[in-house]
Every structure is written in structure tokens, then in C-alpha cells.
Design a protein around this ligand. Structure first.
Ligand code: FAD
Length: 355
């Protein structure tokens, strides 16, 4: 039997295991995907191996739990490049407006080498042998003093404390069998909890050189015309690899990949000049196609709706089942900082209970 099993090897699950281990308690992580990281995934782009973020990227000084963890793990961070001219377009047929990015803009940071450096460092600290991949859980049962879980791969595991970090809406929509069932009042909050960025479309275009900087542009674009609605400079920490990164509008998911790529390049060329057409690679991720991140709500749920709801702080199954994950965090719920906070609070709770 395990003392603690954590479901999900995203930032929350990894942080929970890391904080427990720092206090002498080992945990086993059970993860559905074939990789750890969840909504954090840094990919090496095909042209020049520029590290491009398909998931979480930016954070700021106000994200104190994340900042502290990065420092503790000795992971260097650097400022997001945003010097120069920004572009705002309302309509593709109208001339775009140019604006100077003010110096007073709050600094945002990135992790040197990519955000996956953080999840990789946590996985190393925990010990990768303590992370079971490719094992979606399918049932959770309370048996006297323990909890038993079953995975789709046929594993049956028992533990004293079970921590789930699956985004709450997904936890319900996956139809995991809970015995006894989750109380209706908790279920109704879960049913209405937004999964931050769960349906985002992220893209990155890699270039040989940062041609936009050389003509005075910051790389920032905000557009109502699309398909790219937001673009940022995505050059690497060392200043040797260059890319633009951003988000596509939701309706871009109706296009074929080739069409999306072509339309993004056309838009960048229209806004930043002909050199935008000479790109090395195009990378994208449609998160709504990721079954272990997103399920269709079937209705409108506001961004961050029910993030950090107080009911998530109450353990279930007589104190043995803890609901964690960034969406349960009262501090920056939905963001990386919320995930680290959730890990810290969950580990703290278990350590207090064990005393
Ligand atoms: C495109 C995008 C951009 C973002 N940008 C930013 C940003 O710039 N700054 C920021 O702070 N945040 C950003 N975020 C949010 C950030 O990624 C999340 O806050 C954080 O990574 C969430 O961590 P988590 O562990 O709580 O959840 P997740 O990362 O979702 O982890 C949950 C884990 O549970 C696993 N799982 C699901 N079902 C099962 C099952 N049945 N059995 C076992 N395992 C299961 C999943 O595979 C996953 O690994 C972004 C997210 C996305 C998608």
C-alpha cells in the first residue's frame, strides 16, 4: 500500500509530490498521458530546435509561489522581450494601428530553456520511477481506512491519501466511478468549473533571425481579424534561436492544419513584412483535442468560473480524498502559480494530518 497516490503529473501533482518528499513523505504519481507536464509542454521546433511553448509560458513577480519554487530549484528565468512597436488590427481590410509598448508595462518572465525545465526538474527530484505514465484512472473506491484506485491498464493500487489534480470539470466528464459517489453539491460546482486555456490553440513560427526586432517591432500583435489574435516574441534565453508565438481564434479549429499555417503566415507577412514568409517551421497545439485536458462543457462557462471554490478545500471520503489542481486554488487559480500553491497546500494538509 502507498501512503499517498497523486493522480496527474501536471505542475500541481509534481509540486505536491515534491513538497511531500522535501518533508520525508514519498508519493506515487499516476498519469494518463505518456509524458509528465500536463498543460506545460515545451517542444523543440523542427527547424532550429527553438524551444517553443505549446502550453504555459509567462509569469510575473506577483506569482510568488511559482517564483519561490523556481528559485529553490535554481532554474534561471528571463524577461519576455517586448521592446519596440506593437501592432493592433481591428480588421484585415483596414490599416493596422501601431503603438509603442510603454516601459511601465509589468515585466513578465519565462523559464530559460522552456517551462518544461520546471516539470522535468520536479520529476527528477521526485524520482521518475515514482511516476507511472499511460495509466488513466477509471475508478476510486473507499474501503475502510484506504482508497483503492483502478487504472485503464488494469493496475489496482491502494493508498491512505489520494490526491486528484485532474481539472474538476474533466474529473466529472471522464465518468470515473467514485464509490461512494461525490456529493451532489460538490458535483454541481465541478460541473461549472472552467478549465483555464483548456481549448486554447497555440502556435509558434520559427525564424533564422528576429527580423521584426531589426525593423523596430516588438513582436507583439493583437488582432480582431485573426486567425492569430495575439502574437509575442519567443526568442530563446541565450538569444540564439528565434520565433514568434501566439494564440489562434477558436474558429481556426475548423480549418485543416495546412490552411491554418498558410493563414497565419499571410497575416504575419501582412503585418510584419515579407520576411515573415521565410520561416523555418510552424508548430501548433489544439488543446481541445487533448482528452486529458479538455471536454466540451456543452454550455457557456466563464473563464475562471468557480476557480478556488471553498468546497474544493474540503476533503472527501472521510478525509482520504483531496481535490487539488490549479482550478481548485484560491490563489491565481488556473495559472501555474495556482498549481504550485495547490501542491503546497495539499502537501501541508497531509503532513498536518499525519502528525
Ligand atoms: C495553451 C496554454 C497556455 C497557458 N499559458 C499560461 C501562462 O502563460 N501562464 C500561466 O501561469 N499558466 C498558463 N497556462 C495554465 C497552466 O498550464 C496551468 O495552470 C498548469 O499547468 C496546470 O497544472 P495542473 O497540474 O493543475 O493541471 P494539468 O497540467 O492539467 O495536469 C493534470 C494532469 O492530470 C492528468 N490526467 C487527466 N485525467 C487523468 C486520469 N483519468 N488519470 C490520470 N491522470 C489524468 C493529465 O494528463 C495532466 O497531466 C496555460 C495553459 C495552456 C493550455
Amino acid at each position: 500500500m502507498q501512503e499517498v497516490i497523486i493522480v496527474g503529473a501536471g505542475l500541481s501533482g509534481l509540486a505536491t509530490a515534491y513538497f511531500l518528499k522535501s518533508n520525508g513523505v514519498d508519493a506515487l504519481i499516476v498519469e494518463a498521458r505518456n509524458r509528465w507536464g500536463g498543460r506545460i509542454d515545451t517542444v523543440q521546433a523542427a527547424g532550429n530546435a527553438t524551444p517553443v511553448e505549446m502550453g504555459a509560458t509567462w509569469f510575473a513577480d506577483k506569482h510568488t509561489y511559482l517564483m519561490r519554487l523556481l528559485k529553490e530549484l535554481e532554474l534561471p528565468i528571463y524577461k519576455q522581450f517586448q521592446k519596440g512597436i506593437g501592432i493592433f488590427e481591428t480588421d484585415a481590410s483596414e490599416e493596422a494601428q501601431l503603438f509603442q509598448i510603454p516601459d511601465s508595462e509589468e515585466a513578465s518572465y519565462r523559464v530559460a530553456g522552456g517551462t518544461s525545465k520546471l516539470t522535468d526538474a520536479l520529476a527528477q527530484q521526485i524520482g521518475t520511477e515514482n511516476i507511472i505514465l499511460n495509466s488513466p484512472i477509471i475508478s476510486v473506491s473507499e474501503l475502510d481506512d484506504v482508497i483503492e484506485i483502478n487504472t485503464a491498464k488494469g493496475e489496482r493500487l491502494t493508498c491512505r491519501y489520494l490526491v486528484t489534480t485532474i481539472p474538476p470539470f474533466l474529473l466529472l466528464s471522464q465518468k470515473i466511478a467514485f464509490n461512494p459517489p461525490i456529493a451532489d453539491e460538490v458535483k454541481s460546482v465541478m460541473e461549472n468549473t472552467h478549465t483555464w486555456m483548456g481549448d486554447a490553440i497555440k502556435f509558434a513560427v520559427e525564424y533564422e533571425r528576429p527580423f521584426w526586432r531589426q525593423i523596430g517591432f516588438s513582436g507583439n500583435v493583437f488582432s480582431h481579424a485573426g486567425p492569430a489574435i495575439e502574437v509575442h516574441d519567443h526568442s530563446n534565453y541565450e538569444g540564439s534561436r528565434f520565433a514568434l508565438i501566439g494564440f489562434l481564434s477558436a474558429d481556426a479549429s475548423n480549418m485543416a492544419k495546412e490552411e491554418r499555417e498558410q493563414k497565419v503566415i499571410e497575416q504575419l507577412t501582412r503585418l510584419l513584412g515579407d520576411e515573415a514568409a521565410s520561416y523555418l517551421s510552424y508548430t501548433e497545439r489544439l488543446w481541445k483535442e487533448e482528452a486529458y485536458t479538455f471536454a466540451d462543457y456543452g454550455k457557456y462557462i466563464m473563464p475562471h468560473q468557480n476557480s478556488g471554490h471553498p468546497l474544493y478545500a474540503k476533503p472527501l471520503m472521510n478525509g482520504k480524498l483531496l481535490l487539488a489542481g490549479t482550478e481548485t486554488s484560491p490563489v491565481f487559480g488556473g495559472y501555474m502559480d495556482g498549481a504550485v500553491y495547490s501542491g503546497l497546500a495539499t502537501a501541508h494538509h497531509i503532513l498536518q494530518e499525519k502528525r
